[in-house]
Design a protein around this ligand. Structure first.
Ligand SMILES: NC(=O)c1ccc[n+]([C@@H]2O[C@H](COP(=O)([O-])OP(=O)(O)OC[C@H]3O[C@@H](n4cnc5c(N)ncnc54)[C@H](O)[C@@H]3O)[C@@H](O)[C@H]2O)c1
Length: 342
């Protein structure tokens, strides 16, 4: 069967996940890795058996062997490689959020519409089994009409203070809020039309990262559903999982409650700590990379081969970024705002 030749642009923490799957999936070959940091590009290329590495994405994109790329540059740096990949006619898996500035979104949309590139945005929560079950049940009508939703998706403070060197150029709304909003769109199949958000900036600002600690936002969807979402970047590192995840969907005939914070099916007690091993995000089972964070990347490869529609396309990324922009502006202005999709 046809194998897709792939490259990775941005070989940091998450770009390495792209490289891991591109190099191990039976339908793909990892051909090249690119990072502004050439040593990092060389290291990831060597680790995953890619024959070529570059520090400049133009060089990678000139390579006629490469059919598609994964883009995992920092949140604020998606525009340049995305537009270059569209101009080179490569298919693209781009990390969320699609972009963080309105002008980048417009430039990327123009490049996409003028290209032959197929684009998937890595909203990998759409591959998280509990969320897919909720969504399929909602669509089958099992809880009647959705009336309201609540979704908390918070990160340990380690993420903005130690994991991401560029947290001050992003925000929890871009980093996790984009997943939150996309998941609720995925559940309802409708769009957010109006938002009202409040934020607080205390803890991270005092630590030299001048972005909000938390946003609490209310969303009104165009089919009447209302939702409250919470996205915080400062939960204690003693939280049993990277994220604190709580979700409620209230329908006219039923309800879902999800607590994915600890994947509590397994409790592990050791001499110095107790924890809940990861079951959903990226467990390794019989040496294979499983979990929703990897399934989305695998699905990108498979849909390149089958040419089926991607589960999250360019327009999903564009609309989610528009909602995040409205949420952040609403919190700044402290007033409700309509989402501007134009
Ligand atoms: N899907 C997810 O849930 C998920 C999880 C983590 C990160 N991400 C996303 O992945 C992206 C990368 O995050 P990360 O944690 O890997 O960041 P990172 O800082 O670890 O890695 C980013 C890499 O991109 C490189 N880079 C920057 N500009 C570049 C350019 N123009 N060309 C080539 N390389 C460039 C940097 O040198 C760095 O090595 C972000 O958008 C982030 O939100 C997604």
């Amino acid at each position: 069967m046809e194998k897709i030749n792939l490259g990775v642009i941005g070989a940091g923490l998450w770009g390495e996940s792209h490289a891991r799957i591109f190099s191990t999936h039976p339908l793909s070959n990892l051909v090249a890795v690119c990072d502004l940091n050439k040593e990092r590009a060389a290291e990831v290329a060597a680790r995953y058996g890619a024959p070529k590495y570059y520090e400049n994405c133009e060089k990678l994109l000139e390579d006629p062997d490469i059919q598609a790329v994964g883009i995992a540059t920092p949140d604020f740096a998606h525009r340049e490689p995305f537009i270059a990949a569209c101009q080179a006619g490569k298919d693209i898996l781009i990390e969320k959020p699609l972009a963080t500035r309105p002008e980048d979104l417009e430039a990327m949309r123009e490049a996409f519409l003028n290209s032959k590139s197929r684009v998937m945005v890595d909203f990998h929560s759409r591959w998280n089994p509990p969320f897919v079950i909720v969504r399929d049940d909602i669509r089958a009508g099992s809880i009647g009409d959705v009336i309201s939703m609540y979704y908390r998706l918070n990160d340990r403070i380690f993420v903005p203070t130690q994991m991401l060197s560029w947290a001050s150029k992003s925000s929890i709304m871009w980093f996790l809020g984009s997943h939150t909003i996309d998941t609720l769109r995925f559940f309802t199949g409708s769009e957010v039309k109006r938002v009202y958000s409040l934020s607080r900036s205390e803890v991270l600002t005092r630590r030299g990262i001048p972005v909000p600690d938390v946003y609490q936002s209310m969303l009104e969807f165009d089919d009447g559903v209302i939702a409250t979402i919470e996205n915080a970047w400062i939960i204690p590192d003693t939280n049993p999982h990277w994220n604190d995840i709580k979700l409620n969907v209230l329908g006219s005939k039923g309800m879902f409650n999800l607590d994915l914070t600890g994947n509590q099916a397994i409790e592990r007690f050791l001499e110095d700590k107790s924890d809940h091993p990861d079951l959903l995000v990226m467990p390794v089972i019989h040496g294979k990379y499983m979990g929703f964070a990897y399934e989305s990347i695998k699905d990108f490869i498979e849909k390149l081969v089958t040419r089926e529609e991607f589960i999250a396309g360019f327009e999903d990324g564009y609309r989610v970024s528009k909602v995040v922009l409205a949420v952040m502006e609403s919190a700044l202005e402290r007033k409700p705002l309509d989402v501007d999709y134009s």
